[in-house]
Design a protein around this ligand. Structure first.
Ligand code: B12
Ligand code: SF4
Length: 479
């Protein structure tokens, strides 16, 4: 039987003010699962964010490979590339099936078909659905048996299959991500989510789904958290550590510490197996459930960086946004983490609907009081498919008219969902940067704890861009 050839591509670009490139974990998990479940296939992965190449170059790669199935993954910020890219690959590979999956597909669902001529859309966790799609190829009608996907039949109608997309109940059943399909060392030259350039690391995802309800957040993996067992997490650490001769692991979970007992079990197993590790949790720690025991444990396995998300210092907005963070417990967690000399990146959001100047001040005050080493003060942005987007659509629909997600980067977003003038919101963001960083003690702590102080100048342009928000980079909404 002829091998089925599958080309998977992650769309997106790296920019000077957003120079990040992370291993495309979604595509690595999908590939590993397909390879295990279906024997007669070949898979090729390209991450445009790593290559930073044009769509024409991407298309040439695809044409040379001549795939049967092309799977595209994209964030909403790069979905603007789809209407140019899809016709190109349609022409290059007229008989291939085109599938879109990933965060944008999960958020926008059927509406993705409005702008582009694709065959199938997978809205959420992709392993089982993609396997069934590959099995169905080339019989389009067999797609009707796959729960929860959208597809276009030969008459050009978009069909929304009934049922829910099948998900993997027990995450340990997933094979290890297929790192062998990418050139991992090339990623080490770029910044990952942890703001430290040039380090040898492997990214891991030890859980899927998050039970919290923050109104701005995605629901790609559902609202129930599923976790790898401690054994499985440590097996991956051991395997990839040996394979790449590295010790540094970056966890990309939404909620690594949801079950503190699992954290302790993971740490104990790492010690028991005598593994040498260094660990970063740039996104994965929920502050108000952190305990001293958890911090002692993660410190003992070489944790050097933790991202902590305050988002807002206002208790009213904590309730309004359903983040419901317990701020005093959060500050305590930051403090005990800082005492271990773990570098802390703090995340704040400014510009929630109904947010007042007093509440903006509260966020600045809490961030400045905290023991964060760095803080980012991002604009609140309503992404499709989130409760925040629905709220804005219903209550402030005019705010969505100006919104343009294209190529948005962390510091360039100029969205303003408040009822305050733009100048006022941006002035608070500048004030936040000034007050936070104009503190000699903080600067001393930052220099002392940042893992690679000589590389700090690399971040000056990003710092300047944020600190001058709205002065000369106000322009059109969302640059
Ligand atoms: C790593 C990461 C990044 C990486 C890049 C990721 C990428 N794909 O390119 C970096 C750091 C660059 C990044 C940047 C941003 N990110 Co980000 N990021 C993440 C994070 C933390 C982990 C992603 C991950 O690896 N997940 C694990 C893998 C296994 O899941 P997955 O990729 O979703 O893949 C699964 C499914 O989606 C599906 N699937 C994926 N691709 C495909 C393809 C096909 C064909 C099929 C069938 C299925 C399929 O199957 C996979 C396996 O089940 C997620 C949060 C999260 N929990 O997912 C946010 C997330 C993806 N990011 C998000 C956002 C908003 C951003 C930013 C816009 C933030 C900002 N405000 O600036 C920026 C982009 C700015 C820019 N200009 O570049 C949102 C996406 C919202 C959206 N609608 O697009 C998320 C969901 C976070 C959130 N809380 O909402 N991010
Ligand atoms: S922001 Fe974090 S805690 Fe809140 S729902 Fe999203 S992943 Fe969960």
């Amino acid at each position: 039987m002829k091998k089925k050839k599958i080309f998977l591509v992650n769309l997106g670009l790296r920019r000077p003010l957003y120079p990040l490139a992370t291993p495309p974990m979604g595509l690595l998990y999908l590939s590993a699962y397909l390879r295990r479940e279906l024997k007669n296939i070949d898979i090729f992965i390209i991450n445009q964010r790593l290559e930073n190449c044009s769509l024409e170059v991407l298309c040439k790669w695809i044409q040379q490979y001549n795939p049967d199935i092309i799977g595209i993954s994209t964030l909403t910020t790069f979905a603007y590339l789809l209407p140019s890219f899809v016709p190109m690959i349609r022409t290059a590979c007229p008989n291939a099936w085109l599938i879109v999956g990933g965060p944008h597909a999960s958020a926008v669902r059927k509406d993705v078909f409005k702008d582009i001529d694709i065959d199938i859309l997978v809205p959420g966790e992709g392993e089982i659905a993609l396997k069934q799609i590959v099995e169905s190829f080339p019989e389009k009608e067999s797609l009707q048996k796959i729960d929860g996907i959208y597809w276009k039949n030969d008459a050009g109608e978009i069909i929304a299959n009934s049922g829910l997309l099948s998900m993997i109940e027990n995450l340990d059943e997933l094979p290890f991500p297929a790192y062998d399909l990418i050139d991992l060392p090339r990623y080490w030259k770029h910044q990952s989510i942890a703001p430290i350039v040039r380090r040898k690391y492997v990214s891991l995802v030890s859980s899927r789904g998050c039970p919290y309800q923050c109104m701005w957040c995605h629901s790609i993996f559902g609202k129930k958290i599923r976790m790898h067992s401690a054994e499985r997490v440590v097996d991956e650490i051991e395997y990839f550590g040996k394979k790449y001769n590295i010790a540094d692991f970056e966890f990309l979970d939404d909620n690594f510490n949801f079950n503190p007992k699992r954290v302790i079990d993971i740490v104990e197993l790492i010690h028991k197996r005598g593994l040498k590790t260094e660990v970063a949790f740039p996104t994965a720690i929920r502050g108000d459930i952190v305990t001293q025991e958890v911090i002692d444990a993660i410190h003992s396995i070489g944790t050097y960086l933790c991202g902590y998300s305050l988002e807002t210092g206002s208790s009213r907005l904590q309730k309004f946004t359903c983040k419901r963070l317990d701020i005093p417990k959060f500050l305590k967690a930051v403090e005990i983490t800082a005492k271990k000399n773990i570098y802390i990146t703090g995340f704040c959001m400014m510009g929630f609907p109904t947010e007042t100047e007093e509440e903006l001040e509260q966020t600045i005050a809490v961030a400045c009081k905290s023991r964060f080493h760095t803080a980012s003060f991002f604009n609140v942005t309503p992404f499709p498919g989130t409760p925040l987007f629905e709220w804005v659509k219903e209550n402030r629909p005019e705010k969505l008219e100006k919104l343009n997600y294209n190529n948005m980067d962390l510091s360039a977003m100029n969205v303003n969902l408040t009822d305050l003038p733009d100048e006022v919101l941006f002035a608070y963001q500048r004030k936040a940067m000034k007050r936070f960083y104009a503190d000699p003690v903080r600067l001393y702590r930052l220099l002392r704890s940042y893992p690679k102080p000589l590389l700090l100048p690399y971040y000056i342009p990003i710092f300047v861009h944020r600190a001058t928000k709205g002065l000369w980079n106000s322009g059109a909404p969302n640059c």
